[in-house]
Design a protein around this ligand. Sequence first.
Ligand code: ZN
Ligand code: ZN
Length: 148
Amino acid sequence: MLNVKALKRHFAEQLKALKFGADFACAKLSGEYPVKFFGVRYSSAAYLECERVQAPVGERCARCDEPIAENDDGWLIPYLGTAADPRELAYHRACHLRGIVGSVAHQQGRCSCFVPGSIFEDDPALTARQAAEAAEAYFEAHLNGPLN
Ligand SMILES: [Zn+2]
Ligand SMILES: [Zn+2]
């Protein structure tokens, strides 16, 4: 089972790193529990610091639950659950980013984080993976610039 508290802590760390210009908190998570990626090496700093591994084909993405395919890009994230849980979770690239930057509605400030009672979050017409890809596309197009 997913340890929501550990994941939230993890994403909070990542968000903090984002604010200071790094994409992910790779350096902090290196050593015994390194973050790894599979597929394409993108240009952000995280990819320089992390090791590339084989895609964990057939493993289910921890966000969208779809199996990882041979040509997918993504991350293996250390997971601090119980001893019976896997030591790392696989995510599609978009699904991992969605966990950091939030839904399109969140990025647009329309979700309940910003508007009390708002029901806007991921587009219910989309699958979890499609919604993550929409969030990734929005982030890349609108928000992935210099933070000053
Ligand atoms: Zn996914
Ligand atoms: Zn929100």
